[in-house]
Design a protein around this ligand. Structure first.
Ligand SMILES: Nc1ncnc2c1ncn2[C@@H]1O[C@H](COP(=O)(O)OP(=O)(O)OP(=O)(O)O)[C@@H](O)[C@H]1O
Ligand SMILES: Cc1ncc(CO)c(N)n1
Length: 264
């Protein structure tokens, strides 16, 4: 049997299983890739919010990364919660030395408004992490944190994309999931532009949408697709997962990573 394409997530653990490392690995399985993980932080988290988190030492992050890359190898990497400036800089340096596309989800704040990144790390995200990204996937809160630009309508997505691109990622996908109306995202590399539009599902169980989308993009890149094709396929996957999101716990439930298996 031939091995499936290999994808690595560098992110935080979500004990509730809807976002972070757990969302990433489920997405990778659903899209036919072999998922591997470098855990940067452990969160105590559920449908109600983030009750606490603990970062791993830089040496533990570096060692996990080397274990995976030096033996198994990766065809794409995805990054999520990196918690501190020290971890952001370490991961940026590791990505710079890896010959594989990197999808950078610059996770700042959870759906419940809990901070997952120290304010002191923002400058490292701008100057160290974004420059090594093949695709950066900020949501509108992250755009505001990183660029100061507040987007409240579809028209603002283009200005936000230009401001993030100025930090050096090859492509940027601005996620308009927090707007009203259709779920519209804008993908651009500064010369090509793609508007990805999906119907908004009136479903409050959307925990993990951003992690799922970024991991789906990384999976498609590992399978050999170009960036626009990978993002379009990933958008289709996350839209289906949101449509089937389900109640768990007393708050915001997860998207359904297994929706395609259940349909079959
Ligand atoms: N209710 C919805 N219906 C359909 N698509 C949605 C909905 N909410 C978000 N999306 C889409 O989900 C993807 C993720 O976007 P979103 O802005 O929710 O990410 P995020 O805020 O980073 O998520 P996370 O909760 O993981 O931090 C985007 O493609 C967005 O357009
Ligand atoms: C660990 C983790 N990463 C990312 C997110 C995205 O909001 C989350 N809630 N938890």
């Amino acid at each position: 049997m031939t091995a499936p394409p290999r994808v690595l997530t560098v992110a935080g653990s979500d004990s509730g299983g809807g976002a972070g490392i757990q969302a990433d690995l489920k997405t990778m399985l659903a899209l036919g890739t072999h998922g591997m993980s470098v855990i940067t932080a452990v969160t105590a988290q559920n449908s109600l919010g983030v009750q606490g988190f603990w970062e791993l030492p830089v040496e533990a992050v570096r060692a996990q990364y080397r274990s995976v890359v030096d033996d198994i190898g990766v065809q794409a990497v995805k990054t999520g919660m990196l918690a501190s400036a020290e971890l952001v800089e370490t991961v940026a340096e590791l990505l710079a030395g890896t010959d594989a596309p990197a999808v950078v989800d610059p996770v700042g704040v959870s759906k419940h408004g809990d901070s997952l990144l120290a304010a002191s790390a923002l400058d490292s995200v701008r100057t160290k992490l974004l420059p090594v990204a093949t695709v950066a996937t900020p949501n509108l809160d992250e755009v505001a944190q990183l660029t100061g630009i507040e987007v409240d309508s579809e028209d603002g997505l283009r200005r936000a994309a230009a401001a993030v691109l100025a930090y050096g990622p090859k492509w940027v996908l601005i996620k308009g999931g927090h707007l009203r109306g259709d779920a519209v995202d804008l993908l651009t590399d500064g010369s090509e532009e793609h508007v990805l539009r999906a119907p908004r599902h009136d479903n409050r169980h959307t925990h993990g949408t951003g992690c799922t989308l970024a991991s789906a993009i990384a999976s498609q890149l590992a399978k050999g697709q170009g960036v626009p094709e990978a993002v379009m396929a990933a958008k289709e996957y996350v839209t289906g997962a949101i449509a089937e999101g389900f109640a768990l716990g007393g708050g915001i439930g997860p998207v359904d990573h297994g929706w395609r298996f259940r349909e079959a």
